[in-house]
Design a protein around this ligand. Structure first.
Ligand code: NOJ
Length: 735
């Protein structure tokens, strides 16, 4: 439709129709045509159903086609529905969780993964995905860190933009593309004490400097929608925050698409204590510029009366309705209300070999090797006996808690992949213990979590016997998938006790232990690495996790992942991030001298494994940093380079990282910030020069006046293989 036609359509619509476009209902309203379940509290009537313009979480080509036909036939202007869903790390072919995708440091792979997810979901009738989540995260207690790409603004920005491009492509009308919805605006990743939905306190400077850039990158990449966050910011719930939505998001950041609330967030303005009732909540949200109300009765039940009573001007409804119509138009739904849905394409695309290969490649790149004392890769040696032990050896729950449309039966676990690979040597398997012991409690997000019944002593004994008889042991351990995800915050980041006991007991009879850790967040791995010679973080690797791990364990693929989020020393250290500010009393590590340094009495300040850390199967050395000049002026460029050498005996890929420190500013500056990285693959003995271009623009920040500028003075340039590097040189910015 042409823009004038859209405007004409809007002018022809009744107030009820326009309000209908602002309403998104959950799938259970189509459960056999009856209104069932908790949503019946919303008081939705058959008339409401005829006008509500969008559904969430309905999937499947045939179902969506039937619903679209039925709806359009009864709609006064035959306006099509728009179908949205959470396609987070894949639809049926599942990629690693986003935090793991961040560890690839490969925006191109992440973009390809999003494009794969879009192809599958579009064939199943989905028009919009609620992804990417560009929330910056610093606290591993928060279960949703799994859905973020990590703690760094720059890396998150690259990944968020890559996802938007992967989903949307050039044009939303193109086949196999869907619209992306950036979330959660703003600051949702910083809930106090790591507890989901909790209040967020961020200074205006920290918000702008650290938290907004990744959202901005996704907006610049053209995301069609943005979702409001559940949290308060400056004590105002985002969904009612007029300044945040109208001034920051739309004016400053240039977003002109559809702004949708998070699930029930408009109604939650009441328990937040800023709205008296749902009518008041609807008024606040529409005034703040929230176009669509996801699953709350606020808009559908109240906006009409509010307009009629003169409490909400009709132009606010028109403005939001036009944006929703524009979205439908961008998706081409007026011309083709089915877009790409096709039962044939579903059959051909879902879990096709090409998609599975892409998911496997992404999983291999996301594994992070934290420790390796000569264990990995495992030898393909006919004389070797390897025991694969642990509750994740034959476990199909490898997709994380957000892969809500995957069928766990489609996941290839480690054991099946090992059997397929038919490796030389003897392989024995033992479970050893369940994922959760009797004392572990998990409150599930989707369904009640069933615990596996098992004779714990017998299972442990079998594992010990298997370990005794083996040359080496691979222990597959980790978190229950419902330990991370929405509303899944945890104060304890260690393994369930039964799994730790399994590791401790196995370690008594066999010292050659490799632990593969499955998790959706950084964990406290002290008690694991003390007993294991190698530790490989597999995250929740997706449907192809098993084959990806077998290739990695046996050296057909070499780990190259780098932590996108620091692994803390322990949970009490959280929040933690590498790019923190320096205090007035930085601690030099010497407890005797620095009694009054900024430190803990009992634990280090440093995380156990920092952002950017990850080993490979070979060794790399880096030369010192070379700068081609020692001063820089605006308009000029400075080149920083190092020579990277593969000094080990195997090929490998290293991620060379550039960090910059502004030594003195008008406000305190981070001790270093990631400004670039390059991945280089080298054969043994080979060298490569790795160069970065530094410009004045890269040195800008929000100064004492909140102006985004650079300030003259000394800068340190660090180039290394993780965020702790001390390999540095310095230059002066002159103006
Ligand atoms: C709530 C979550 O916060 C959001 O990320 C998700 O997209 C919606 N539910 C819809 O499922």
């Amino acid at each position: 439709m042409r823009p004038e036609e859209l405007k004409q359509l809007l002018a022809d619509m009744s107030l009820e129709e326009k309000i209908g476009q602002l309403v998104q209902l959950p799938s259970y309203f189509q459960n056999g045509g009856h209104i069932t379940g908790p949503a019946s509290d919303m008081g939705i009537t058959q008339e409401d159903l005829q006008l509500a313009g969008s559904y969430l979480s309905i999937i499947g080509a045939e179902k969506i086609k039937a619903l679209q036909d039925e709806y359009m036939a009864h709609h006064p202007h035959h306006i099509p529905l728009v179908f949205m869903a959470d396609i987070i790390n894949g639809y049926r072919t599942v990629f690693p969780v986003p935090l793991a995708q961040g560890c690839t440091f490969r925006p191109d792979m992440v973009e390809a993964g999003a494009a794969t997810a879009a192809k599958e979901a579009a064939a199943a009738g989905i028009h919009v995905t609620f992804s990417p989540m560009a929330d910056l995260v610093r606290d591993a207690r928060w279960g949703r860190v799994m859905e973020s790409t990590g703690e760094d603004p720059y890396l998150n920005g690259l990944m968020a933009a890559a996802m938007v491009k992967g989903y949307q492509g050039e044009r939303l009308t193109d086949k196999g593309r869907m619209a992306s919805c950036l979330k959660h605006f703003a600051g949702y990743g910083a809930p106090e004490a790591g507890r989901d939905y909790n209040n967020v306190e961020l200074s205006p400077r920290t918000l702008k400097e650290d938290y907004l850039p990744a959202y901005q990158a996704a907006i610049d990449a053209g995301t069609a929608l943005v979702m409001t966050s559940f949290n308060t910011l400056d004590r105002i719930p985002s969904t009612a925050n007029r300044w945040l939505m109208r001034d920051v998001l739309r004016k400053d950041m240039g977003f002109d698409g559809v702004l949708i609330s998070d699930w029930a967030a408009v109604g939650e303005l009441v328990p937040h204590g800023v709205a008296e009732d749902f009518a008041d909540a609807a008024r606040l949200a529409i005034e703040a510029g929230v176009d669509m109300d996801m699953v709350s009765p606020s808009y559908i039940k109240n906006l009409k009366t509010l307009v009629e009573k003169g409490k909400v001007p009709e132009f606010l409804i028109d403005e939001s309705c036009l944006r929703v119509l524009e979205l439908k138009n961008k998706l081409g739904l007026f011309e083709n209300p089915y877009k790409d849905l096709s039962a044939d394409d579903e059959a051909a695309l879902l879990l096709c070999e090409e998609h599975k290969k892409a998911a496997q490649a992404c999983a291999e790149l996301s594994f992070v090797l934290l420790k390796n004392e000569g264990m990995l890769p495992l030898e393909k040696n006919a004389a070797k006996k390897t025991a694969f032990i642990g509750p994740f050896v034959d476990n199909k729950f490898l997709c994380g808690s957000w892969a809500i449309f995957c069928d766990d039966q489609d996941t290839t676990p480690l054991k099946a992949a090992l059997m397929d690979a038919a490796l030389p040597g003897t392989t024995v398997f033992a479970k050893g213990c369940p994922v959760l012991g009797p004392e572990d409690i998990v409150h599930g997000f989707q369904k009640p979590v069933e615990k596996e019944e098992m004779d714990l002593e017998q299972a442990l004994q079998e594992a010990i016997e298997a370990a005794k008889a083996a040359d080496q042991v691979v222990l597959a351990l980790g978190e229950h998938r419902e330990f991370s995800g929405e509303a899944a915050s945890r104060a304890t980041l260690t393994l369930p006790a039964c799994q730790q006991r399994l590791l401790d007991e196995v370690a008594k009879v066999n010292e050659n232990i490799t632990v593969i850790l499955f998790c959706g967040r950084p964990m406290d791995v002290r008690a694991i690495q003390n007993k294991a010679k190698a530790l490989l973080v597999a995250w929740f690797p997706g449907t192809e996790g098993g084959p990806a791990l077998v290739r990695t364990l046996y050296g057909d693929s070499t780990p190259s992942g780098k932590l996108s989020m620091s692994f803390p020393y322990c949970a009490a250290q959280l929040p933690i991030h590498y790019n923190h500010l320096s205090t007035g009393r930085p601690f030099n590590g010497n407890f005797a001298e620095a009694r009054f340094g900024s430190k803990y009495q009992d634990i280090p300040n440093q995380p156990l494994y920092p952002f950017g850390f990850g080993l490979t199967y070979t060794e790399f050395s880096l030369s010192s940093v070379r700068l081609d000049r020692d001063t820089l002026q605006p308009g000029e460029t400075l080149t920083a380079s190092v020579t990277l050498q593969n000094t080990g005996s195997r090929p490998g890929t290293e991620t060379v990282q550039l960090y910059i420190r502004d030594v003195k500013g008008s406000v305190a500056r981070p001790v270093r910030e990631l400004k670039g990285f390059r991945q280089v693959t080298l054969q043994p003995g080979k060298t490569a020069t790795v160069s970065f271009t530094i410009t004045e623009e890269m040195l800008r920040f929000y100064d004492i006046h909140m102006d985004y500028v650079s300030e003259p003075g000394l800068f340190e340039v660090f180039i290394g293989t993780d965020s702790r590097t001390e390999n540095k040189a310095s230059f002066t910015l002159k103006k």
